[in-house]
Design a protein around this ligand. Structure first.
Ligand code: COA
Length: 105
């Protein structure tokens, strides 16, 4: 149905980037919002990380909504950061750090 996990894990530096996607049949039900919160809590509470990143193309409003709903604050726009099939996309950089509020369950 989809995938969620961590990339660029830096245990010494205490950070990682969350990665996810859903097949079309799995979209529209808020599954990924719930999964991002669960995995982020695990990364902070069990793995001990202190800063979690989430990046997405500016042309991906659904992913931007997932980021803001899960408490990943928008920190800026990285210009031409990722090569897609139709060319280079600007990417939003979101992050949450230890101490940020968790969204209401
Ligand atoms: C990004 C992705 C995981 C989101 O999952 P989803 O099940 O589609 O998300 P939801 O349906 O729960 O929608 C999340 C929010 O985005 C909104 N949204 C969805 N499509 C949208 C669109 N085209 N424009 C604006 N908002 C949109 C929804 O209304 C919802 O808002 P709400 O929380 O206020 O109700 C999924 O669309 C996906 O895998 N897309 C393809 C791969 C991808 O983009 N991966 C992420 C790369 S960073």
């Amino acid at each position: 149905m989809g995938l969620i996990g961590w990339g660029d894990v830096d245990l010494r530096g205490g950070s990682a980037e969350i990665l996810y996607w859903l097949l079309p049949a799995g979209r529209g039900g808020g599954v990924m919002t719930d999964a991002v919160v669960r995995l982020s809590r695990w990364a902070m509470d069990d793995l001990g990380l202190h800063r979690l990143r989430l990046t997405h193309s500016v042309a991906n409003p659904a992913s931007c909504r997932v980021a803001t709903r899960t408490g990943f604050a928008l920190e800026g726009t990285m210009r031409r950061a990722l090569l897609h099939a139709d060319g280079w996309h600007d990417e939003h950089l979101h992050a949450r750090v230890r101490g940020d509020e968790w969204p209401a369950e």
